[in-house]
Design a protein around this ligand. Structure first.
Ligand code: MIC
Ligand code: SF4
Length: 650
């Protein structure tokens, strides 16, 4: 039978279960990646899993790219811990300054046809070279590093047929923005997006990687492109032609849904605040005054992106009202721009140059002034993610961004009077892995002393759920609560390795001055033996993979989330930390429950063992309602064991 590329890769890695849509399957993981903001917890949990000190994957890489601001000792303590534990456990270590994990992984490590699990939601960037690359919580990645399978629901495959070719000034970012306008960020759980059709051959690997990267915003499990002649050329230019293999779906394979996008008909677009699926055409936004433009992030900071920017800026000066910054995705890119003179053109035009890392994308610096428009080439614009409340963020291609920087307003680049410069993929990239520390041989690794700074606190283990859950609604929130709402990053990122401290900021955006915070209210209940409950509407937990959005509420005594729907990675993280994810059987019940209501669930353990619904009593409103448990048999076992760590230890 003709197969999709997704199913071919899964079949090659299937270690548990059958290829039956919707059923849980275990997939062997070839490679893992972690980044510092999720990596410390991942490695601390990896250490607490048992005596095996070496990773069992083909390749694992630990990157430092998120938390590099180093105000106070916390970040550097994390870096030193990660560097030493990498040496000890047999993991490659990409030092701060070497670049953003997804960009560097694509350049130096990714392999067509391999599986990659990363503790970062944008791990599907690897789909740009035909990997099945999936984002997950740190604990899942720790299990994979220990040789364990990764469990997903056997996915539906959405085929996106690309025809035609992009017109001048239209970018691959516009492909994913178009798809977000069709599929939105909701309702795509347990799907993989697979690209095919004649348009694929017109897109370079970096262009494909932009599409698979921002595919994360669809809430899908992954996104994947075929591996073809352009993939071979890219890998050869990275000195890695041996890693190439051609891969494509079989002729005549059947997708669960097919969406056709004619690249020739696309036009420049933007995702407007507050969500990556709030898509408008640039034409309709033309004339909007802009005060800040930033080009970077794992979505759009490739060599070709920045060469286009440099050539457009050459000999010009940015608009006086605009603050303009760029951050190249990797040291390789920074080096190449520096040595071919492009960096001089960018600096000459007035850009501020940021180091190769996440920076403003995760709210570290460059928070915009009140009330201004900031134009960014990033992938997320959830309210407040920039560090400014009520920010107004437009997510666009580098093409639209550079023109906005020159004009001081949003202008359709096709009507800017400027010609899009031609940029060729380099025949050879500059290869120098001097900022990647190779794993030490096992014998030498034994002597490595793991450095544990005082700000690194081993997370408290999860505990089993009680059989009768006496709970209270600590918070009732609405649709599309992202993990950035639950567990803010930015300046607070430095507490990632200290759960008790970081937990103080859970749901900080809902805290009101002079009133007890979410953390205080939840801890008060915990002391009384009452479980915290959060009520939410659609797409709860969308966005990042940060398991702190489950781990910190768990630490505060939250036992159950009841939502209209819960997103994949976050749901898995809740289960991993023994917080029960339930979904309203009747969404109308959401309206009936109030903040502060007392809830009760009896015989919870029996229900977790086998039931598909639980009965929840609202004692305050004196009514009952049903919560759906959509759990695989393995999820049930993990919950009963008191979380993935206890389950893995057996
Ligand atoms: C993000 O883009 O939101 C992050 C920061 O990269 C997160 C990971 C994290 O919170 O550490 C992600 O995408 O998973
Ligand atoms: Fe870093 Fe932003 Fe990419 Fe997340 S989305 S990995 S914060 S650059």
């Amino acid at each position: 039978m003709a197969k999709t590329l997704t199913y071919k890769i899964i079949e090659n890695h299937l270690v548990d279960g059958q290829l039956e849509k919707g059923k849980a399957i275990g997939v062997k993981i070839d490679q893992t990646l972690t980044q510092d903001a999720t990596g410390t917890t991942a490695f601390l949990l990896f250490e607490s899993m048992g005596p095996s000190e070496r990773v069992k994957t083909e390749l694992s890489v630990s990157y430092i790219d998120h938390n590099m601001s180093q105000f106070g000792p916390e970040n550097h303590n994390d870096h030193l811990y990660l560097q030493s534990i990498a040496a000890k456990t047999g993991v490659y270590f990409s030092r701060p300054g070497n670049g953003i994990c997804h960009q560097v992984h694509l350049e130096r490590f990714g392999k067509p046809g391999a599986t990659l699990l990363g503790s970062d939601s944008h791990t599907p960037t690897g789909g740009g070279i035909g990997m099945l690359a999936i984002g997950a919580g740190g604990l899942d990645v720790a299990v994979a590093m220990g040789g364990g399978a990764f469990y997903i629901n056997c996915p539906k495959v959405i085929g996106v047929k690309l025809v035609g070719a992009l017109a001048p000034w239209v970018a691959s970012k516009d492909i994913i923005l178009k798809l977000l306008s069709i599929l939105t960020t909701k309702g795509n759980v347990d799907c993989v997006v697979e690209y095919f059709g004649p348009g694929v051959a017109t897109l370079s690997v970096p262009q494909r990687a932009t599409v698979t990267n921002m595919g994360a915003e669809l809430g899908v499990t992954s996104s994947v492109f075929p591996s073809d002649e352009l993939t071979r050329k890219f890998l050869a230019a990275q000195g890695r032609e041996k890693d190439y293999k051609p891969l494509a779906a079989d002729e005549g394979c059947v997708y669960d849904r097919v969406i056709e996008i004619d690249l020739s008909n696309l036009e420049p677009m933007a995702a407007c605040s507050p969500s990556p699926d709030n898509i408008k055409t640039i034409k309709s936004l033309a004339g909007t005054k802009v005060n800040q433009v930033i080009i970077g992030s794992c979505t759009n900071s490739s060599f070709t992106d920045l060469m286009m920017v440099a050539k457009t800026l050459k000999g010009k000066t940015i608009h006086p009202a605009v603050e303009f910054a760029i951050s190249p995705g990797s040291k390789q890119i920074m080096n190449m721009l520096a040595s071919n003179g492009a960096l001089a053109d960018i600096v000459g035009a007035g850009a501020r140059i940021l180091e190769s890392g996440c920076g403003p994308c995760i709210g570290l610096g460059f928070s915009p002034a009140d009330g201004i428009v900031t134009v960014r080439t990033f992938n997320r614009n959830f309210t407040g993610r920039t560090g400014t409340k009520n920010d107004n963020v437009f997510l666009v291609s580098p093409q639209v961004a550079v023109i906005a920087a020159l004009k001081g307003e949003i202008v359709d680049p096709r009507e800017s009077g400027i010609e899009e410069p031609k940029v060729e993929m380099p025949f050879e990239f500059t290869i120098d892995d001097n900022m990647i520390q190779k794993p030490l041989p096992a014998k030498e690794a034994k002597a490595v002393k793991v450095l544990r700074g005082s700000t690194i606190v081993v997370p408290e283990p999860a505990v089993k759920l009680p059989d009768t859950l006496q709970g209270k609604v600590v918070l009732k929130c609405g649709d599309k609560i992202t993990t950035d709402h639950i567990m803010p990053a930015g300046a607070l990122l430095k507490y990632r390795s200290n759960v008790p401290e970081y937990s103080k900021y859970v749901f900080n955006c809902f805290n009101e001055q002079g009133k007890p915070t979410f953390a205080q209210r939840a801890l008060e209940l915990k002391k009384k033996g009452i479980g915290g409950v959060v009520i939410a509407a659609e797409s709860y937990g969308q966005g990042s993979s940060r398991e702190h959005a489950a781990l910190c509420p768990m630490y505060l005594g939250v036992k159950m989330i009841i939502a209209k729907s819960i997103e994949r990675i976050h749901k898995a993280n809740l289960i991993n930390f023994a917080v029960l994810p339930a979904e309203f059987e009747n969404p109308a019940d959401y309206e009936k429950i109030g903040a502060g209501d007392e809830l009760e669930v009896k015989n919870l353990n029996d229900a977790i063992k086998s039931a598909d619904v639980i009965t929840i009593k609202d004692k305050s409103g004196n009514f009952e309602f049903k919560g759906k448990l959509t759990l695989s048999p393995r999820d049930r076992k993990i919950l009963l064991a008191g979380g993935l760590l206890n389950f893995t230890k057996g």
